[in-house]
Design a binder for this molecule. Sequence first.
Ligand code: GLY
Length: 426
Amino acid sequence: MTFSRRDFVKTSVLGAVATGVGAHAQNQDDRDGKENPKQNAATQKHDEQSGPHKRPIIVCANNGFNYLEDAFAFLKNGGDTLDAALRVVKGPEDDPNDDTVGLGGIPNEEGVVELDACCMHGPTRRAGSVGGVRNIKNVSLVSKAVMQHTGHVMLVGEGAERFAVAMGFPRENLLTEHSRKIWLLWKEFHSTDDWWGPGLADPHWQPPASDEKPQSEVWQHRIQNLQARAAGLGIAPEHQLAAVRKVLFPPTGTIHCSALNDKGEISGCTTTSGLAFKLPGRCGDSPIIGAGCYTDQDVGSAGATGSGEENIKVAGAHTIVENMRHGMSPHEAGMDALKRIVRNYNSDMNKVRFIDMIYYVLRKDGAYAGVSLWEGYSKGHPHKIAIHDGNRRAEICMSLFKGYSQAFPPFPDIPEDLKNNSEYLK
Ligand code: GLY
């Protein structure tokens, strides 16, 4: 694998442009902090929509796409809205190949998978939540059990796990070989600073790259070194670069789903393994009622995937639902929450470019929107919202800014041939 200096420079140069929320940054090719012009057109289109929107309807993050058919049939046949949403998110929780949720989630810094989830049932105005749960795969269902079988709203850690076992959820090892190897690679990445990875006596040991070298060369060396280590750990060639990417830029993948039936009942849920390699005990936004998910039977439902810490600070899902209560369209409501994140950094694009956030918004009348801070994590991979209202589809989210969020620290472009050959990079 080779990376040109140009590729590196392209991904690491900063830009400056007014953001539309008052900021100035420096000019840059595809991460310029310009407000996305399509956004205004979409606002207008969404706002002009009048009359009845389609019900029933389910919206979710795009990793729920494959599970929408079954959940929609269930909802259409009179199934409960929360149970329909839970059917969707259970799919990725059970899937060992989705390494951002449930079984196979990328673990914390100690190699232990810790899961977060919450749910809200609109018709009965109840909520349940669990945080930092180990050894239990379907934490979304555990959050529902907290809602149904306790007088509490949130259980965390060991108590949540013991509660789940008492409720009949099986304990199982959630760390798949795939995720364990990515974690080991992450440990080895720090091996110039600690005792993990090959030591001085290893014939292939190399001294850390000199600080005097240009940053691009340091990075190229680091990435090549990591890829060689990935091979040494037995990670298949087509998955090596994706593993390196996850080590360098820990993902926060998650799934949210909201479901609305033909009677206007609405519910939502969110589940995740959280930020990869997090500190043990870290809870992101997903189990926080009002951040990762919020549903109000009178108004609608919203949920989030992306930078959990940022979303907690703006109580994103609750903000969106309140915005809709005060008359904003789903699209406007989501965009306003995104702008609050930007304001928390005084619109400093040098910082905002390292954040991403995607909101999935469903109003009680069936109007919906998928909005994101940036167009996607990388070119050709836009953020999407999946929808089923009788017609299952995925739509590209409208982004506040043109361009792509930047992984931290900057990562060279992935060669096209590797992208095409790896399911993990698609
Ligand atoms: N949004 C998922 C997390 O930050 O944990």
